[in-house]
Structures are given as structure tokens and as C-alpha cells.
Design a protein around this ligand. Structure first.
Ligand SMILES: Cc1ncc(C[n+]2csc(CCOP(=O)(O)OP(=O)(O)O)c2C)c(N)n1
Ligand SMILES: [Mg+2]
Length: 736
């Protein structure tokens, strides 16, 4: 910077002109810039703490003590090129990537223009779409599997560049893909968060697939009040992860910017070259308690805190700059004053910023661009799908048509990948190539032949880990892919619950539409299996219809399954697609192949049978049972039941229900799940609320007993709603 022809900038120490010393390749200018970023980060925390005490902001969590490692990550990685899943201590990282203090203060006040979420998410839960910093939640560790999926997405697009092209007529029109081929995905977490299972699942997959993911554990020795030796056996995470193959490992003093930079430079080079993932274990300090709600003096003695203070990265860096003659005291003071003046301007601006408007709260729960309830998703079954020779083809089962729909869509859209437990034909491809085996294709064979047709990078087995499946799918879908993943049994969906409840449905809303993840999760659900017992028979759809942001579909027959699955795949929202195991191969509801473009809009019920005396609202495997009961009731008693198959549970077809109940004046909601707090409760409440004047009888529910499904068929029959139970209820209500 300073040469003989240019006078030395004020405050830059004399040594600079004489020394050519570099620090792990860092120039003096870069070191001064490092201090500027680190100091800005610390002072921003200080300003926010003040603002919180003045009740001008509502939450504060600091990056204090983590500034050096954050800065080092920020200058070795590339904003808007690499991808970032940071955690709340990554303020310095985000500043180094190009986020401004004003951006951060807008988050703190919850301004309308808060770039992370428009006032929806807490400050320090970073999200800057322009920099590829992906919207962050608060559950610790849920970012890890998403980062893995994001990295997989990058690799996939590099191998299938045509898949990155935009395409009209489906979600791809609204989903840009950035592709460089050597991008790295950064993910960070604290020492305590390494205790979460999802961390280990992410490490395992990144290792196994040699993915370019850079894991950074910022170890400040505490998770709120719990010290690291309680979290981590032996007290050192590096020791525990050392056995994962394909990694480049570093364990560093994360309060030293120069050492941190060197470690990041080595690790990023390794990841970028495609050698595998990196793991940086950075020992840092936490000088400001966990957050403003915590007082660490309650669990840390003064001596321990004072020892930490001797490693404070801000004072260390200040001393380093002076000792090395890079800045003198005057230079330090000048830089600090500049930073503080700039912060004052940003604070004033943020406090004046427009606040979000209350009636925008329902915006961006779902895609504003593509409405899956619209006529764009209503097509007729193709009449020419039958063979040209006019031969009548045997109607297909639900399993057949789901398989055919997946095959058609994979052919149409190269962004689709399918993974889950056992979904591949065979992971050991050579067995297939040598024709030694036929292949599996799912425990219910729904994905049979897809690996054979589309290759092992598009259809593959996951580890036996449901969070792994959904978390990776969320990351891939955020990155632009269309993962259509399978959960083998609904009964085992719960390990994925954090991703299904707190992540997948929320990516769009919490980022104020900056990010989205329109993944499809197919799940085999339900009982009536004879022997399925407790853990292969569960329903539980209302738990998901209770979650804003995810579409929930539950078809009862082959044709609906095909039409709705296609809509699920082409739409721009995350979808939970529930497939009843008992219906996969039933005679009921078989249908001819409806062609490769057959779609049914979401939220449109099907009137299975028209009637005038009583409305029965149902879905899934209760549909054939209710139909049987309704037909018997008409035969024996002349009562005409209007039977409504909802097909889609969120959104659901309120208009169809209202029209029918206004006509019949009587309603039963029938469902296979346990009675209390179930899906029928919401429909019943809404009928009572909005159709009260039309009712001639109480609203009834017919559902399973409030107990899990038992193994012995006598018990199973007694627990699940049977045609006779439905018949009895229908007769009773019709006579009311
Ligand atoms: C799944 C989950 N459990 C609990 C919490 C509450 N919580 C927030 S931060 C935190 C401690 C995290 O410690 P660590 O990972 O070491 O990060 P640090 O805050 O020390 O940087 C806890 C328990 C949470 N946010 N998410
Ligand atoms: Mg910690």
C-alpha cells in the first residue's frame, strides 16, 4: 500500500514501509481489514446490548469471542459463490462476506426491510440471499444436514448441467440455480450442538460421499451453562470425529486470526479441489454470557472468566497489530473511531426504519408464484394412453401408477432425485449390470426399476436415518433440486420431525420469500394390514396439517395418487404425500394409466357418490369402507349418502363440504387416525361454526379408538373403524 511516492497513511506504523513480512500469506492491509471487521462485530454486539437494555430491540445474542474464526472463514470463502449455513455466533463471518451493520441492525429492530426475514426471525439468525447465506432457524444443529444436501445439490448440477436450466410450467420457472462446479458449503455450530444426532448424521454422509462441506465447530467450552466435558466424551470433539474417512481436520486457536486464516486456507483448498469435507475445530471464548437472558456468573467463577479474557481476540489482535508495527496506537484509535461513527449512523437509520405491516403475516407461507389449487394443475387423463391396438389394458394399482408417475416425472425433469431407505434397486450396481439380481426398489416396490432407468446418482439408498433423508432433501431443494424422498413407514417419521416441523415448512416464510424448498416427502402410512401392529400401522396426518407451510395429500385410489403426485412434484411448495399401504395393491380404485401429464389440483375433493340425506367426509383407506357402508344403507334403508373423498388434507375443499352439508343437513367425518384431537375435529368445528343454521343433527366423528393399533387381528379390527361402525353411525344420524 504505502510506497515512496505515496505518503504513509496517518496512523500506519513506520515499520510498514520497511518490512515485507507476510503472515501466512496475509498482507498488512488484510490484517488491518481483519481488525476492522472483528472490531465492527464486537461493537455491533455492544450497541445491540445497549439497544436491548433500552427496550428498542427484543433479543440479543452475541458473536463476542468468535470474531477471529468468523473473519477467517469469511475471507477464505466466496460470497454469492460458496454456500453458507452459519449459526448465531457468525456475525464476523457475515460482515466479512459483505453483510452490513445496517442489515444486522434492521434484523434487531425487526424492520420491514430486514434482509433476513422482514421481522419474522430473531436477529443473528443469518440469512442473506444475495450472499448465499441461507435462512437460519433456531433449533441447534438442524442446519447441518441441510448443508450436506446443499453440497450434494451443487455436485449434482455439476454432473447434470442441463438440469440447471429454467423451464416453464412448473416450480423450475421460479427456482434459479447457480452453478460453478467447485463451490464449498460452510456450516458452523457450537460445541454443545455436536451432541445433536443430526450433526453425526451429517458428518457421516459428508464423509461417505466425499462432499465439499466445511464443518466449523466453534468451541467456546459451554452450551449455555453446560460445560463441554458433559457434552462430549473426553471433552474434545476432534478426538471423537477423527475416525471419519475422507476429511481434512484442523484443530486451532480460533481467537488467533492468522492461525485461523491458515487453517481455513488449507481446508477450503482441500474441499474446493473435491478431495472431501473439512472439519475445523476452533477453540474460542464466550465473554458475554450465552445471551442477554443468561448470566454466566451463576455457573462460572471469576477466575475462569478472567482466564478466558486473556484470550480475547479483539485485544489480542490489537496487540498483534501494534507489536508487528502494522498499526500504532493512533492508527488503532482512528480505525475504531471510524467504525463507531459508522455504527452510529447505522443505528440511527435502523431506529427510523419502517416496521413490517401487520396484515402481511400470512404472506409467503406458500409460493406466491405457483398455486397448486389452480386450474393450471387440472388436466384430464389421456385417452390415448391406452394401447393403439384397442386392446383393453388391465387397470393398474395405486402402486403401479405411483411408480409410473415417478418414472414419467424423472424423464421430464432432470432435477428430480429419489432417495430413502431401500428405494434403490441395488446399491451394488455391478450386481444389476451383471444381471445377477432383479433389484428391490423399495420395501413396497414403489420405486422399482427407477435406478435401472435413471442411474444411481438419481435413485439411491440413504442411511437408515430419517432426519438424514429429510434434512438433505431440504438442503437440495433450497439449492434448486426436486428431491422426492421416501419415509419407509409413517411410524418412523419421528426422527425427521425437527426437519418436517421446524425447517421444511418454514424456509420460505421465515426468509420472507428469499428461499424456498419445494421437496416431496412420500410416506407409506396406515393400518388394516392384519399383523401390522403398533409400529407399522400408525396414522397421524393431523400433526402435519397442523403445521403451516406444508401441503398434505392423502389419496384413496390409483388415479388420484397419480394426478396428485404429479401436482406435488411440479408445484413450488413442500408436500407430504401420504400413501396408504393397504391401498397400494387393492382391487378398489384401480385405473388405467392416465398418461404423463395427468394432474389434479390440490384442495379439490371428489364426490365418490352423490346423495341427499347425509354427508360423509373422509379420505384414505376409510373411503372404500365408507362406500361399502353407504351402499348397504341405501340398499337396506333407502338412505342416500353423499360421500366426499377429500384427497388433499391441506388445503382441503371446504366448498365441497359446505355445499354438501347445506344440502343434506347432516355430517359425519370419518378417519382412520385416533379419534381425539384428530383431523376430523377441525372439520367438525368448522361445520359447527359456519354451517350451524344448516344442521338438523349433531356433527359426528367415526375414527379409531384412542389407542395404538394392536397385532392380533381381532384387536386390530376392534381398534380401527370398520364398515359396520360407519354403517351404524350413518344409520343413527340419518334417523336423528
Ligand atoms: C434443538 C435445540 N435445543 C435447545 C435449544 C436452546 N439452546 C439455544 S443455544 C443452546 C446452547 C448451544 O451451545 P453451543 O452449541 O455450544 O453453542 P454456543 O451458544 O456455545 O456458541 C441451547 C441449549 C435450541 N435452540 N435448539
Ligand atoms: Mg458453546
Amino acid at each position: 500500500m504505502a510506497t515512496k511516492t505515496n505518503p504513509k497513511p496517518d496512523g500506519v506504523a513506520d515499520k510498514q514501509t520497511t518490512s515485507a513480512k507476510t503472515y501466512e500469506g496475509l498482507s498488512r492491509e488484510q490484517l488491518i481489514e481483519a481488525y476492522r471487521i472483528m472490531y465492527t462485530s464486537r461493537k455491533l454486539d455492544d450497541r445491540e446490548i445497549l439497544l436491548k437494555r433500552q427496550q428498542k430491540i427484543f433479543f440479543q445474542i452475541s458473536g463476542a469471542g468468535h470474531e477471529a474464526v468468523g473473519w477467517a472463514a469469511g475471507i477464505t470463502l466466496k460470497p454469492a459463490y460458496d454456500w453458507f449455513y452459519p449459526y448465531y455466533r457468525d456475525r464476523a463471518l457475515c460482515l466479512a462476506l459483505g453483510a452490513t451493520p445496517l442489515d444486522m441492525l434492521l434484523m434487531a429492530v425487526g424492520a420491514a426491510d430486514d434482509p433476513q426475514s422482514g421481522g419474522r426471525q430473531m436477529p443473528s439468525h443469518w440469512g442473506f440471499s444475495k450472499l448465499n447465506v441461507v435462512t437460519q432457524s433456531s433449533p441447534t444443529g438442524s442446519q447441518v444436514l441441510q448443508a450436506v444436501g446443499c453440497a450434494e445439490g451443487g455436485r449434482y448440477f455439476a454432473a447434470h448441467p442441463e438440469a440447471a436450466h429454467k423451464s416453464a410450467g412448473d416450480y423450475r420457472q421460479f427456482k434459479d440455480v447457480q452453478l460453478h462446479g467447485d463451490e464449498v458449503t460452510y456450516v458452523s455450530l457450537g460445541d454443545g450442538t455436536t451432541s445433536e444426532g443430526e450433526f453425526w448424521e451429517g458428518m457421516n454422509t459428508a464423509s461417505n460421499r466425499k462432499l465439499p462441506v466445511l464443518f466449523v465447530v466453534q468451541d467456546n467450552g459451554y452450551a449455555i451453562s453446560v460445560p463441554v466435558e458433559v457434552q462430549t466424551s473426553g471433552g474434545n470433539i476432534s478426538r471423537l470425529v477423527a475416525g471419519f474417512p475422507n476429511f481434512h481436520f484442523e484443530e486451532i486457536d480460533g481467537t488467533d486470526p492468522v492461525a485461523s486464516y491458515a487453517a481455513f486456507a488449507r481446508t477450503v483448498a482441500y474441499c474446493r479441489a473435491g478431495e472431501g469435507p473439512g472439519f475445523i475445530h476452533a477453540h474460542v471464548i464466550r465473554p458475554y454470557s450465552h445471551s442477554l437472558s443468561d448470566d454466566e456468573r451463576l455457573y462460572r467463577p471469576d477466575a475462569e472468566r478472567q482466564l478466558d479474557a486473556t484470550r480475547d481476540p479483539i485485544t489480542r489482535m490489537q496487540m498483534f497489530l501494534i507489536r508487528e508495527g502494522i498499526l500504532d496506537e493512533k492508527g488503532i484509535n482512528k480505525l475504531e473511531k471510524q467504525v463507531e461513527d459508522e455504527l452510529q449512523v447505522a443505528v440511527d437509520q435502523a431506529l427510523e426504519a419502517a416496521l413490517p405491516i401487520a396484515d402481511t403475516v400470512m404472506r409467503y407461507i406458500y409460493s406466491p408464484d405457483l398455486d397448486p389449487t389452480s386450474l393450471a394443475f387440472a388436466t384430464e387423463p389421456a385417452s390415448d394412453a391406452a394401447p393403439a391396438d384397442g386392446k383393453k389394458i388391465a387397470p393398474k394399482t395405486m402402486a403401479d401408477l405411483i411408480n409410473a408417475t415417478l418414472r414419467d416425472e424423472m424423464r421430464r425433469d432432470e432435477r428430480i432425485v429419489i432417495f430413502g431407505e431401500d428405494v434403490a434397486d441395488a446399491s451394488r450396481e455391478q450386481y444389476l449390470e451383471e444381471k445377477l439380481i432383479k433389484g428391490k426398489g423399495g420395501v413396497f416396490k414403489l420405486t422399482y426399476g427407477l435406478q435401472h432407468d435413471f442411474g444411481s446418482d438419481r435413485v439411491f439408498n440413504s442411511p437408515l436415518a430419517e432426519a438424514n433423508i429429510v434434512g438433505r432433501a431440504v438442503g437440495m431443494a433450497t439449492r434448486g433440486m426436486k428431491p422426492v424422498v421416501e419415509i419407509q413407514f409413517f411410524d418412523y417419521i419421528w426422527p425427521a420431525m425437527m426437519q418436517l416441523r421446524d425447517e421444511m415448512p418454514l424456509i420460505r416464510w421465515r426468509s420472507n420469500n428469499a428461499f424456498s424448498c419445494p421437496a416431496v416427502v412420500r410416506v407409506a402410512i396406515g393400518g388394516y394390514l392384519t399383523g401390522g401392529a403398533i409400529y407399522h400401522s400408525q396414522c397421524g396426518e393431523s400433526i402435519f396439517t397442523h403445521t403451516p407451510g406444508v401441503r398434505v395429500v392423502f389419496p384413496s385410489n390409483a388415479l388420484d395418487a397419480a394426478g396428485l403426485l404429479r401436482t406435488a412434484i411440479r408445484c413450488d411448495d413442500p408436500v407430504l404425500f401420504l400413501e396408504h399401504k393397504r391401498l397400494y395393491r387393492e382391487t378398489f380404485g384401480r385405473a388405467p394409466y392416465p398418461g404423463p401429464d395427468y394432474m389434479i389440483p390440490f384442495g379439490k375433493a371428489k364426490i365418490v357418490q352423490a346423495g341427499t340425506d347425509l354427508t360423509v367426509i373422509t379420505y384414505g383407506a376409510v373411503v372404500p369402507r365408507a362406500l361399502q357402508a353407504a351402499q348397504k344403507l341405501e340398499r337396506e334403508h333407502g338412505v342416500k349418502v353423499e360421500l366426499i373423498d377429500l384427497r388433499c388434507l391441506n388445503p382441503f375443499d371446504w366448498d365441497a363440504i359446505a355445499t354438501s352439508v347445506s344440502k343434506t343437513n347432516r355430517a359425519i367425518i370419518a378417519y382412520e387416525d385416533t379419534l381425539s384431537w384428530g383431523y376430523g375435529a377441525e372439520i367438525a368445528a368448522r361445520i359447527a361454526d359456519e354451517l350451524f343454521d344448516h344442521l338438523d343433527a349433531p356433527v359426528r366423528r367415526v375414527a379409531a379408538k384412542d389407542v395404538f393399533v394392536a397385532y392380533q387381528p381381532i384387536l386390530e379390527d376392534a381398534i380401527l373403524p370398520q364398515a359396520e361402525d360407519l354403517l351404524r353411525a350413518m344409520k343413527e344420524l340419518s334417523e336423528w
